[in-house]
Design a protein around this ligand. Structure first.
Ligand code: HEM
Ligand code: HEM
Length: 145
């Protein structure tokens, strides 16, 4: 198990980052699918199950982010702000999903979810930009630096 360092993210956070990225892809794919085709509404069950798993993993990830914040690769203030905004939404989106399910003020679930989607697309864009500029941050998240 590699710990977090100032040069690279450790094994735990790398596991969480990539597992959760795959789960978010699933969440948006299911929501978009049932919005296009009513017959796919049954996808709402795995949507809820994976969403609850994401909530649990987010508590773990954000908790670790708070404890380890002095021991993570260095970033600009803007990048840090972007990462913390994603952390906040990772908690708020499934919480609002549960609220919507129990019929209690969760109307904002879709709006928050699409905000998270746009932030992550911006995030992926920035990662690609740094990569093309020849100052890639990818090795940090692949355990290679
Ligand atoms: C991070 C996790 C999640 C993401 C990214 C996500 C994303 C989405 C998106 C994009 C939509 C479509 C927007 C809309 O219809 O307004 C949606 C709808 C919905 N989600 Fe989630 N969701 C997550 C977690 C959850 C959880 C944990 C639950 C409940 C336990 C949930 C329940 C629902 C419900 C009930 C709908 C509306 C379904 C309908 O159209 O009737 N979601 N979600
Ligand atoms: C193909 C998709 C993705 C790629 C290539 C990617 C790449 C990366 C890289 C290289 C870093 C380290 C950046 C640095 O040190 O400045 C990082 C960190 C991070 N990424 Fe991603 N990412 C992807 C998807 C996502 C998604 C979907 C989310 C959230 C929904 C996300 C949220 C984060 C967060 C919050 C961090 C900060 C550290 C952490 O807690 O993991 N990423 N990502």
């Amino acid at each position: 198990m590699k710990p977090d360092t100032l040069q690279s993210y450790g094994s735990t956070i790398r596991f969480l980052h990539w597992t959760m990225a795959a789960c978010y892809l699933f969440m948006f794919a299911t929501a978009i699918a049932w919005n296009i085709d009513e017959n796919l509404k049954f996808l709402i069950n795995p949507h809820k199950a994976v969403g609850i798993l994401l909530l649990i993993l987010s508590v773990w990830r954000v908790g670790r982010g708070i404890r380890q914040h002095k021991n993570r690769p260095t970033n600009t203030a803007v990048t840090k702000l972007g990462h913390w905004a994603m952390y906040a939404l990772m908690l708020a989106v499934p919480a609002a999903g549960i609220a919507r399910q129990i019929g209690n003020g969760g109307e904002i679930h879709g709006t928050l979810a699409f905000s998270l989607l746009f932030l992550s697309l911006g995030h992926i864009g920035m990662v690609a930009y740094h990569h093309i500029k020849g100052e890639s941050v990818l090795p940090r998240m692949l355990g290679k630096s």
